[in-house]
Design a protein around this ligand. Structure first.
Ligand code: PGA
Length: 254
């Protein structure tokens, strides 16, 4: 049994004071985290101490959107996984398609970031996803599995609860286009099979595979209903308390 995870990726939005308001409103409306679902918020770095303060004791987890591939050192502008972990964060996104695209992050670099996150005690949310051309050529699965394999090179999570994979087709992110529930399910299943080949069937059976890309209250239920999809990585719809709450409630009782 996998507990669904609904994780809000705020990207480069909100000031620390806006984040404080959001956390307060969200916790007021949510009450307690409903049983059977896990909720996480992934704000940008300067907002993490605010998340740590405001979410303490609430059961809502938080995490970073990226971490350095290096442990420590003279790397101006970088943020170490250990710094993020020390704040009480549970997660770190690695390999988001925006980082792969705008900063030319290779899967090899992503593998190093994944390893640093694990060493620091964080659970990486490893993003994979194909560009539109690969899907149109019928090569989506090959593209995603190759990216997954290379992004996990040398990565040995201590257990299935220490890795989350997010399938985010690049053409669905921020575009309003979503994968069909069937496409999301087929890719989540292929990802799980690849994880089984890599880490064993018992491990793969318990790893959460999320879908991400233009998730909204109107389309989430149908995607969540598919057996291999264990929640969502939500961008735009996580910025408003009301829509994120609706998504959390849709995931309850899956
Ligand atoms: P979106 O972003 O929900 O705004 O498409 C998803 C993501 O990039 O994680």
């Amino acid at each position: 049994m996998r507990t669904p995870l609904v994780a809000g990726n705020w990207k480069m939005h909100k000031t620390p004071s806006e984040a404080r308001v959001w956390f307060n409103e969200f916790l007021d409306e949510l009450g307690a985290v409903p049983p059977g679902v896990e909720v996480a918020v992934l704000p940008s770095f300067p907002l993490l101490p605010v998340a740590a303060e405001e979410l303490a004791g609430s059961g809502v987890a938080f995490g970073a959107q990226d971490v350095s591939a290096h442990t420590w050192g003279a790397y101006t502008g970088e943020v170490a996984a250990l710094q993020v972990a020390d704040l009480g964060a549970r997660y770190a996104v690695v390999g988001h398609s925006e980082r792969r695209r705008y900063w030319q992050e290779s899967s090899e670099l992503v593998a190093a970031k994944t390893a640093r996150a694990l060493e620091a005690g964080l659970t990486p949310i490893l993003c994979v996803g194909e560009p539109l051309e690969a899907r149109e050529r019928g090569e989506a699965e090959g593209f995603v599995l190759d990216q997954l394999r290379r992004s996990l090179q040398g990565v040995e999570p201590a257990g299935p609860d220490r890795l989350v994979v997010a399938y985010e087709p690049v053409w669905a992110i921020g575009t309003g286009r979503t994968a069909t529930p069937n496409d999301a399910e087929a890719m989540a299943m292929a990802i799980r099979e690849e994880l089984a080949a890599r880490y064993g069937a018992a491990f793969a059976e318990r790893v959460r595979v999320l879908y991400g890309g233009s998730i909204k209250p109107e389309n989430f239920a149908a995607i969540l209903a598919r057996p291999n999809v264990d929640g969502g990585l939500v961008g735009g719809a996580s910025l408003e308390v009301a829509s994120f709450l609706t998504l959390v409630r849709l995931a309850v009782g899956l």
